[in-house]
Write a protein that binds this ligand. Sequence first.
Ligand code: PMP
Length: 413
Amino acid sequence: MWEEAKKHLAGGVNSPVRAFKAVGGDPIFMRQALGPFLYDNRGNKYIDYCLSWGAILWGHADESTVRAIQRQAAKGTSFGTVTEYETNLAKEIQKAFPRMERIRFTSSGTEAVMSAIRLARGVTQRNRIVKFEGCYHGHSDSLLVKAGSGLATFGSPSSAGVPAALAALTAVLPYNDAGAVNQFFKNADDIACVIVEPLAGNMGLVPATKEFLETLKKRARANGSLLIFDEVITGFRVGYGGAQHLYGIEPDITVLGKIIGGGLPIGAIGAKASIMSALSPEGRVYQAGTLSGNPLSMAAGLAVLSKLSRNVYKSLNAKCAVFLNEAKAIFKKRGKDISIQSAGSMFTLFFDTRCPRNFTEVRRTRHKEFKQFFHKMIKMGIYVPPSAYETSFLSCAHGQQELDKTLEAFKKC
Ligand code: PMP
């Protein structure tokens, strides 16, 4: 199947990380996903800790979500008109994110972030933006940028095909370094927005310090820049109200994705009405999408979100904390230098004596050992994301039996 895939799909995949380049070996073709499990084409069953990169909260093929999708599919899959479904999902999101006074849905996180950046540029009438090393915000041009050399704050493209002239408008600063942010803003008064993952999930899980986020907020405000929280992973994952609620820090613009679509394609941008009114058709910042607000995504998202409460997170997060404490005890007893970072139901095993605080420290962890760990876990029927730079997730469908089996595997890995 892999040989066939490579003949017909670019690189055999539709998203690069699926090719297993970071861990080696051929990728595993999955044919079904139910509850906490993935099933491959050879009939093997895996306990899934990737959960479609965090998009799945209740477990795969969650009954009420499937029913909602089926009901909607029977009524039509895309209308290209206004529907009440969009308003209903927006209302459900606003219960948890009241600062998202107006919402615009897109079909992916990438698209939502890309539009949020355009919105910030349009509102502030400025071009330059700031992002942080190790944060991923999708694959739009302005964000596929890495730090420039030395003291230069101009970014350089991290992908072929991104014009250097555009990358130069993106400054890339070290994550969790409030000093660097303060220093940067001393010489920059033309920044449209600062975008950050408040709990970074794309270099493994690296939470921001409160001081760092407060500095961003303060500097952005003082400079007339907008603060964007990319909560594509963390929104509806770490708790009701996302990371911004956990930290008690309000961004100007919030970007969501993944869980709000219940496993169907989605993204969302939200902010105060006065900011969102800059988007077309009200304002002059153009943004559109044939499948935006797609009825199937709206139905799946509504099915997932309408069952949520603070209690759901309390029990999911407690389950994760107990599981990880046991895992830590196992690694300690075995004398393994593995540290575990977690937030709610997100976690990463770092092959290092302590949890990294930024991308430089993540790069120093023992990646070779992660590769061995990954393949051992696969053999024992446990699927973790196939890269040391990713975050694992727990769903509401993971039961004690699955967690115990995973802990047993940790004793042998
Ligand atoms: N922002 C963050 C924080 C993400 O983790 C991702 C995807 N993993 C994106 C944006 C892009 O979302 P999508 O893959 O849906 O385009």
